[in-house]
Design a binder for this molecule. Structure first.
Ligand SMILES: Cc1cc2nc3c(=O)[nH]c(=O)nc-3n(C[C@H](O)[C@H](O)[C@H](O)COP(=O)(O)OP(=O)(O)OC[C@H]3O[C@@H](n4cnc5c(N)ncnc54)[C@H](O)[C@@H]3O)c2cc1C
Length: 481
């Protein structure tokens, strides 16, 4: 343990200050609420402040500021692969702040900072509305959005941050503000990709779009055809309309319904499709995929929330995860050969490699409009070793790291902050690229003492002077924090 002890007296003070429960080891709910999604993360907090509103979050931050040497983690959905929603000190847990209000006329969702993707899909889906977010329902909107957020609808509607209209934030000094394009614009810029570095978002306001029934599902091919299918996918993607979400994957067929028994556990490659256009419009764009003799054509019409939770049972809590990612601008034949080699060696049946397409509407946003630094990339790649058995962890890590190292020379340099383990400061810098310095300046304004450091950390830097009126305006505003 690296954190100093939190005394029983301090816990009693925290309990008195919060309306939500404070859970400590030995409490009946501790074993249920302490773990994060990745079971390989065994760090357990001394206290979990289960906040129910912004007032609780302000009280928890005030309390935490009075502690010496105690790591404070902020938890949204607890899905972060590196375990950034965990610490051995205090966890400020937003999971109970999961309420969502939809304004269907304005097409806006007011989303609690601890809500999940499934919460949002459920609330917005009732109105035939949705916004791009992750492909697994249990993922937290909090960490996902602050890191960028991509999913089935991103080709049509961009990243989750491209749909962020405003955010309520509790800062490191426990004060509260609302930020949007006009209010605290530098903070608003930094929140859109800069992760949990700048404050605790208690509410996200997200723009919604009409999304009702989609034509979605996979077309799957034998793993031995990875080279051929990936080369075909690479050529197809630029000519697919934005209405068609399409990510490439290598995986094993899950041993469960609705997959045919003869395919169970068979290693495959393929594309997961999501047509969010006119009903019946998908078929012409799927014609080639279908003509290539797939082992399985699982594309069918269904409500969007059904497709966006289709992988939930496969990747429930309790599995060991080790993953790494990279952004790719293109996939040269040499990289295709790497994918071919490592996909044949998937170490366990839950292990997988996904290439999420981040083109289309993601490219409509300028490279410097948000903190997200790779608008010119075409793919966000994740290589994930996954298995329920802790004994598998070294093999998952070895496969993942050697796969990642083999393909990295063909990457754009950095990777998606939400697909990183604790890979060191150089990797964080590579991920933010030319935006890192501006983020470090904004960090110094809003969190000068690096209170929020259990994250892919951007270190505050007061020594950098950046040109541009917006930064200096915020610098003035932040003075004295
Ligand atoms: C099975 C699985 C599938 C995934 N699929 C996708 C996908 O399709 N698309 C995609 O973009 N990503 C995906 N991800 C990655 C996901 O975006 C990250 O793991 C993300 O960090 C999860 O957010 P969380 O709130 O659940 O995480 P947590 O572990 O709770 O938090 C992660 C980080 O965000 C911070 N944070 C969380 N909420 C807040 C908040 N409200 N205010 C301030 N800081 C906060 C935390 O402090 C921490 O640093 C997936 C992850 C998993 C495990």
């Amino acid at each position: 343990m690296t954190s100093a002890a939190i005394s029983p007296t301090a816990v009693a003070e925290l309990r008195a200050a919060l309306r939500g429960p404070v859970v400590v080891p030995g409490d009946p709910t501790y074993d249920e609420v302490a773990p994060v999604h990745n079971a390989a993360i065994t760090t357990r907090p001394q206290a979990i402040a289960r906040c129910v509103d912004a007032a609780d979050v302000m009280a928890a931050v005030t309390f935490a500021r009075g502690l010496d040497g105690v790591d404070v983690a902020v938890r949204g959905g607890g899905h972060n692969g590196a375990g950034l929603g965990a610490s051995d000190g205090l966890v400020i847990d937003l999971g109970l702040i999961s309420g969502i209000r939809i304004d269907p006329a304005a097409r806006l969702a007011y989303v609690g900072g601890g809500a999940t993707v499934a919460d949002l899909d459920h609330a917005a889906g009732a109105f035939g509305l949705a916004t791009p977010a992750g492909i697994i329902g249990t993922t937290g909107i909090g960490g996902l959005t602050l890191g960028g957020g991509h999913g089935h609808l991103s080709r049509k509607y961009g990243l989750t941050i491209d749909n962020l209209v405003a955010a309520d934030v509790v800062l490191a000094d426990a004060s509260f503000l609302t930020t949007d394009a006009g209010r605290e614009p530098d903070l608003f810029w930094a929140l859109r990709g800069g992760g949990g570095n700048f404050g605790i978002v208690t509410e996200f306001v997200l723009r919604l779009h009409p999304v009702g029934v989609v034509a979605a599902g996979p077309t799957l091919y034998p793993i031995e055809r990875t080279e051929e299918i990936l080369q075909w996918y690479r050529e197809l993607l630029p000519i697919l309309p934005r209405e068609m979400g399409a990510f490439f994957a290598t995986m094993s067929v899950p041993p469960a319904d609705p997959f045919p028994a003869e395919l169970h556990l068979k290693k495959v490659c393929g594309v997961a499709w999501c047509w969010a256009g006119e009903s019946g419009g998908a078929d012409e764009h799927l014609a080639e995929a279908r003509a290539m003799n797939p082992l399985l054509d699982g594309v069918a019409e269904m409500p969007y929330p059904v497709w966006n939770s289709a992988f939930d049972a496969l990747y429930g809590p309790g599995d060991q995860w080790y993953w790494r990612g990279d952004f790719l601008r293109d996939i040269p034949d040499e990289a295709v050969a790497v994918h071919d080699e490592y996909s044949r060696r998937l170490p366990t049946w839950k292990s997988t490699m996904h290439l999420y397409s981040i083109d289309g509407a993601v490219h409509d946003v300028g490279p410097d409009e948000t903190a997200w630094a790779y608008r010119d990339a075409t793919y966000s790649e994740v290589i994930a070793g996954v298995d329920p058995d802790p004994v598998s962890l070294p093999a998952l890590r070895d496969w993942c790291v050697s796969y990642w190292e083999a393909q990295h020379p063909y990457s754009a340099g950095g990777g998606y902050v939400n697909f990183m383990m604790n890979e060191g400061q150089d990797r964080v810098r590579a991920t933010y690229g030319s935006h890192y310095d501006r983020l470090a300046v904004i960090k110094a304004m809003y969190d000068p003492n690096n209170f929020f450091h259990v994250n892919q950390n951007i270190e505050p830097d007061r020594s950098i002077t950046l040109p541009g009126p917006r930064v200096s305006a915020a610098q003035r505003q932040g003075a004295g924090r």
